[in-house]
Ligand binder design. Structure first.
Ligand code: CAA
Length: 388
């Protein structure tokens, strides 16, 4: 029996900052961002958006197709959760009208946890093939202003339906894992922005890729040349290029620049204009590949490298299912991205600094998102979500 991704849909905010604007303010060459890190725009969450509203917005089109009652478990992956105790997915459960017998849980391990959720979802479905699991990954990437990480912010959510006989990607059971206790990127409970040792984090990413791959080939009969495309975790798009060249070198495979591009470029279109979305980024990369690759991918093997700082990494593989192109949400995604509104540097600062009330008083949030779900108020330390 095959198990995997049956449907995939993503959401990002309707506001973005062009990194040329940031470069201008910083008086540096914008090519550092456009070419050096491969990022053009970064999505900025509206004051009435958070990981809950983004996740519900990502999942809504998928629920409309399959029906709320078909979901037996909701797994919510995030590293920017809104509560230390309550799973963000419980709010999403109500907003989507899921049935009361649906199990909900939140998972955390930096940018990796969506992959853990998918593997656990596959195991649940393998045990009870009639069940469907909704995996949502949602994050707002925030670094301090005037730090090297600032240009790699962003926000987004992705929703995936995991089922038996999936219509998009059959996920192979063999995986390669690597875990090491390191401090490359972290966010203590008292901080709203991440701390990062930037250059070190890229080195640990590449080391983890090699280690996870080596563990993968011990378990799988697949070799580097069996894959037509590779989806990498995307803290910034250029990281995929560095990772892919590294993996080719580990495998002693000589790749031309054209081959490198052919194997990863279509995974990057959305990330370049959304920015980092932590847990969601690799899966938005997969969506980008499925929706933008001119070649018919049916039957092709795709390699996935999921990385979460701290660190946990996983390499796994999947096969694209014939007819996948009929199950995508391409037009909705392209429309959402093309209708976004550019913000000035001042507007970006206002969004960045928008107050996060903590005094327990009643605070209405301004209506700013174009999404279907919004955070209407924070009152008595409770978050109040509404369907628009
Ligand atoms: N034209 C073209 N290229 C230019 C340029 C110009 N005018 N100016 C600079 N560049 C190039 C540089 O040569 C460099 O390329 P190489 O990497 O090939 O050497 C690239 O642009 C970046 O320049 P710097 O190395 O000088 O950039 P930086 O030090 O300011 O920042 C960074 C780079 C450390 C990755 C920073 O963006 C950062 O801290 N990001 C956040 C951390 C991060 O994303 N880490 C990734 C691994 S951790 C992870 O994956 C988890 C996660 O999601 C956070």
């Amino acid at each position: 029996m095959s198990v995997g991704i049956d449907e995939i849909s993503f959401y990002t905010s309707n506001y973005y900052l062009d990194l040329r604007t940031l470069a201008e303010v910083q008086q540096i060459d914008s090519d550092k961002y456009y070419q050096g890190i491969g990022q053009e725009k970064m999505s900025m969450a509206a004051p009435d958006e958070d990981v809950v509203t983004m996740a519900a917005n990502a999942a809504q089109p998928l629920i409309e197709r399959v029906g709320a009652d078909s979901i037996s478990t909701l797994m919510f992956a995030t590293e920017t959760g809104v509560d230390q105790s309550k799973a963000a997915g419980v709010y999403v459960h109500r907003l989507l009208g899921l049935q009361a017998n649906c199990r909900v849980v939140e998972l955390k391990q930096a940018c990796y946890s969506a992959t853990a959720a998918i593997q656990m979802a596959c195991a649940l479905v393998a045990r009870q093939p009639e069940k469907k699991v909704l995996v949502v990954a949602s994050d707002i990437a925030r670094y301090d202003l005037d730090t090297s990480g600032e240009a790699t912010q962003g926000c987004g959510a992705v929703a995936m339906l995991i089922s038996a006989s999936p219509r998009l990607i059959e996920i192979d059971p063999e995986v390669g894992n690597y875990t090491e206790d390191v401090m490359d990127f972290w966010r203590p409970n008292y901080r709203t922005t991440a701390l990062v040792d930037g250059k070190y984090s890229t080195k640990i990413y590449l080391k983890s890729l090699k280690k996870a791959w080596e563990n993968f080939v011990e378990a799988s009969s697949l070799a580097f040349n069996d894959f037509s495309h590779f989806c990498y975790h995307l803290p910034f798009s250029r990281m995929a290029e560095k990772a892919h060249k590294h993996l080719a070198k580990v495998n002693k495979v000589g790749l031309s620049l054209e081959q490198v591009e052919q194997q990863i470029e279509d995974t990057l279109h959305y990330n370049r204009i959304i920015g980092n979305s932590y847990t969601a980024s690799m899966y938005i990369g997969l969506t980008s590949l499925l929706e933008n690759c001119k070649q018919n991918l049916a039957g092709n093997k795709v390699g996935f490298f999921s990385y979460g700082s701290g660190c946990v990494a996983e390499f796994f593989s999947g096969t694209v299912v014939a007819g996948y192109e009929q199950c995508l949400h391409t037009l909705t995604h392209h429309k959402m991205l093309s209708e976004r509104q550019e913000v000035s540097y001042e507007e970006y600062l206002n969004l960045y600094r928008y107050p996060d009330p903590r005094d327990g008083e009643h605070h209405d949030m301004p209506s700013a998102t174009t999404g279907r779900f919004r955070l209407a108020a924070i009152s008595g330390h409770k978050r109040e979500y509404v369907i628009c």
